[in-house]
Design a protein around this ligand. Structure first.
Ligand SMILES: [Zn+2]
Length: 248
């Protein structure tokens, strides 16, 4: 399995690691700062620097899957094309320095945290989510119209209020007793370890409190200038809210 360092500290940009295996399906390390695609958040890109200084470009990160297609505890670093010779040189046990594209990741963290603020502003179930460096979108299960400018103003207010974000955990038993905590209809929080990671925004639970395995900024102020660029009626029961960066 891969020790996922970003779960405890989303601000880690690099780490030393040992290769467990390297092949055409990707490179598995014993520990990593690379976030794998999940919960709507895009996987990280970056590079793995080998002990002789040469670097393997990593284009994306995914969870490995077992024969039945279920995610495992291994994280796959997917090399950019055209690096077969270098990948073949990487052997199990080799030490590498894993570095994420921090500028890109920080945008993902800012957008991801903004989607939590959106959940506060729109208290409806979420049935879709996608977070990329350039835009983020959340689909809400609802029939009422939404006001783009009012949501942008609401986001700006919550960002300016500089609410701290805290990572915690609740037990599977507590979560089962409070199913309303899970806002997403499409993404269930990862289970199996007995506890589920939670995100709390605000000094009490007033802004947002829900299970989430993604990466976030530590304070809403760090989100910066995010606006609602579009609201779409995806179906009779779905309103899609698209977030973008405000021109500065
Ligand atoms: Zn989250």
């Amino acid at each position: 399995m891969t020790n996922d360092l970003f779960r405890a500290d989303a601000y880690l940009r690099d780490c030393e690691a040992r290769a467990l295996r390297a092949g055409e399906d990707g490179i598995v390390l014993d520990r990593t700062v690379f976030y794998p695609l999940g919960g709507g958040q895009a996987g990280d890109s970056g590079r793995l620097v080998l002990s002789d200084g040469r670097a393997l470009a990593i284009a994306d990160t995914r969870k490995a899957k077992d024969a039945e297609g279920r995610p495992t505890a291994e994280i796959l670093h997917l090399p950019a094309p055209g690096q077969e010779a270098l990948i073949a040189e990487l052997k199990a046990g080799d030490t590498v320095h894993a570095e994420i594209d921090w500028e890109r990741r920080h945008r993902l963290m800012r957008f991801h945290t903004a989607t939590h603020l959106l959940c506060h502003l729109v208290p409806q179930p979420v049935n879709g989510c996608s977070i990329t460096p350039d835009y983020a979108r959340l689909d809400f299960h609802m029939t009422e119209p939404l006001d783009k400018d009012a949501l942008s103003a609401g986001l700006a207010r919550l960002v300016a209020a500089a609410h701290p974000l805290e990572v915690g955990a609740i037990s599977d038993v507590e979560l089962d007793a409070n199913p309303a905590l899970v806002r997403s209809m499409s993404v269930q929080p990862p289970r199996g370890t007995g506890t589920v990671r939670t995100i709390r925004i605000g000094d009490d639970e007033s802004i947002d409190f829900q299970p989430c395995g993604g990466t976030h900024v530590a304070n809403t102020r760090e989100i910066g200038a995010v606006i609602v660029t579009k609201i779409e009626k995806k179906s009779a029961n779905t309103r899609r809210v698209v977030l973008g960066w405000a021109a500065v």
